[in-house]
Ligand binder design. Sequence first.
Ligand code: FES
Ligand code: FE2
Length: 360
Amino acid sequence: MATTKEYGFGEFDFPRGWFMIAPATDATSTPTSMRYFGMDLVMYRGESGTVYVTDAYCPHMGAHLAKNTTSYIVLDGEHVEGDSIRCPFHGWRFGPDGQCNHIPYSEDFIPKAAKLKFHHVVESAGIIWMWHDPEGLEPEWELPNFGGHYGEPGWVEWKVDFMGDLNVHGCEILDNMADLGHFVPIHGAKDFTYFANEFMGHIVHQYYSAGHRTLTAEAEDQLVLDTWYEGPGFLQSEMAGTFDSFIMIANTPIEDGVSRAWHALMVKVHDGSRETTDEDRANALAYQEASRLAFAQDVEIWANKRPCFNPLAIPKDGPYGKVRQWYKQFFNPREKAPELQKRSDGLVVTMDKRPGSKAA
Ligand code: FES
Ligand SMILES: [Fe+2]
């Protein structure tokens, strides 16, 4: 395990951005504890259906708001009331604005300082997302909409695969964006025709075109992928292969240098003009499983490698350095981002064997 400071990314230990924190089914009216960004947190679903994430410790005397099974607050079903959460220790209750709105034994006086920190959370595509911001600012960009495919007719929605808690800094996961050299040995790619990265502000793309030993139906078929990060927290990828599909791979820091990873994939099984059948769903799940196994090939490397502060990179490796340069913007004050982005913005073509290209 190695920390942000050891990699030299910037001022903050944890980056700014949207991060997956749980599959939506984990958010219920029973508050649950979680740990991300080096913080103890509590998630619950209010009676309106909205999901909330708060700091774990009560401002009154520091009780943990979720880790309790024996208090009468919990036993009597008073833990979540409306969209408020009640502390199991003395029963102080906090609303979504963070303010304490009820003290059972002090109806006439509630101190202003009785305020609980609520974090910025959105439920989308069957997942709970949190905006993390070391400066405490509002989201800098909107949560992406996953190609608009979630819930779209003809598409089978993803189920989320938990991939483990890894003793690896997020940057080593992001290195994959530039890593042309690993696709043949790790993933069984073959017959590469194109590999490039484009850096655009807080977004980085990978453009990929190659065959695959098992993922394509015909020997000469190409997998064509546009893969990108909008911020440091999760990858999205539009893949054209045997099926059109859309991949999401999330990495969320738990501690500095420890990352939780998930994988999900949704598949277009028809053009939306007919009903989706059980067979379609089975095909989609089998395709998701093939993609999960491909990602697990990366995960096995990360779970066992030592930290790499300075890759011994050769020109045909792809621009690791640029990806890491791009990554720095999220560990520094927002006002410095334009300056940092200027150092990575642009297109880097690592391989181009398309007919008519210079290198072909
Ligand atoms: S510690 Fe939470 S109400 Fe007292
Ligand atoms: Fe990979």
